[in-house]
Design a protein around this ligand. Structure first.
Ligand SMILES: C[S@@+](CC[C@H](N)C(=O)[O-])C[C@H]1O[C@@H](n2cnc3c(N)ncnc32)[C@H](O)[C@@H]1O
Length: 275
């Protein structure tokens, strides 16, 4: 069931309501949080995230990072954690509000937040440029915008088992066609921040090895496993290729570099910047 059937528009992706699917997505989001939250937290601490800040985490998934932010900004600060799909995070409490919100079609207040954060979101959204404009508008003058998305060009150039590569190609093709997924968006972030006149821009990339049978690879393999019926239905791969690709990627000998995770930050100019 897509989120939007507006004519000519590619909708945000949605995990089905099937219990096995939602369990897999819960596991996958927890893995993503395990793998990435420490780095995200260190990055935000370096920016000076502290008591009193008003923060927004958009497309917050399992919500673990938003909860961490809420602890950092207490007392006096608060966090708005939004996602189009709230099935995977706890309800809001204390200084954290959890709100169902579609960042493509719904508005946000102007000049509201000291920090606006979006991780692994804009890559998946066809309207990413207008969404980034929206994130800038909702940031206070002097506030920070932090966007973190992967870039897959190094990943796809390395040697990998053939059935796994076929799965990767099929996933990228269906994501692009159905939702407008952009595998190179992480590499566009720096320019996108520059084009918006943001100040004190910085962009860093890092990548980690993915080893079969561990979380370092499983966060990706689970997504492929979940999407397999769609890939087969679209005649992008057959069942034998899916089985072989998943088997290859779960062997302990499977060892490849993960995608480059690009994190870009910038400050909104205007009154308040020099405070
Ligand atoms: C790959 S997950 C990343 C979750 C989290 N930010 C993280 O890094 O762990 C992408 C999230 O974006 C959400 N999402 C997709 N389209 C959205 C939209 N139009 N508005 C708000 N959230 C959206 C999904 O529901 C999902 O939770």
């Amino acid at each position: 069931m897509p989120y939007s059937d507006r004519e000519g528009e590619r909708p945000s992706y949605r995990v089905s309501d099937d219990a096995a699917e939602t369990t897999k997505e819960n596991r996958r989001l927890a893995m993503l949080a395990d793998l990435r939250d420490r780095r995200s937290a260190a990055y935000l601490e370096q920016l000076g995230l502290t008591a009193g800040w008003r923060c927004l985490d958009v497309g917050s998934g399992g919500g673990a990072l938003a909860q961490w932010m809420a602890r950092q900004v207490a007392p006096g600060g608060s966090v708005l954690s939004t996602d189009i799909d709230l099935r995977f995070q706890p309800e809001g409490s204390g200084n954290i509000e959890v709100r169902r919100h579609d960042i493509v079609h719904e508005d946000l207040p102007e000049n509201e937040f000291d920090l606006v954060h979006a991780r692994a979101l804009l890559q998946t959204i066809d309207q990413r440029e207008t969404v980034l404009d929206k994130l800038v508008r909702t940031t206070k003058p002097g506030g920070w915008i932090v966007v973190n998305d992967p870039e897959w060009s190094t990943f796809e150039r390395q040697p990998m088992p053939p059935a796994f590569r076929a799965l990767y190609d099929a996933m990228m093709a269906i994501g692009q066609k159905a939702n407008g997924y952009d595998r190179y968006w992480g590499g566009r972030l720096l320019a996108a921040f520059g084009e918006r006149g943001l100040l004190e821009i910085q962009c860093d990339g890092d990548a980690h090895a993915m080893r079969g049978g561990t979380e370092s690879a499983e966060w990706l393999i689970l997504a492929y496993e979940r999407a397999a019926p769609l890939l087969i239905q679209a005649a992008l791969v057959d069942q034998a290729t899916v089985d072989a690709g998943l088997r290859e990627a779960r062997r302990p000998e499977f060892l490849i570099m993960g995608p480059t995770s690009m994190v870009c930050r910038g400050r909104k100019p205007g009154a308040g910047y020099w405070k």
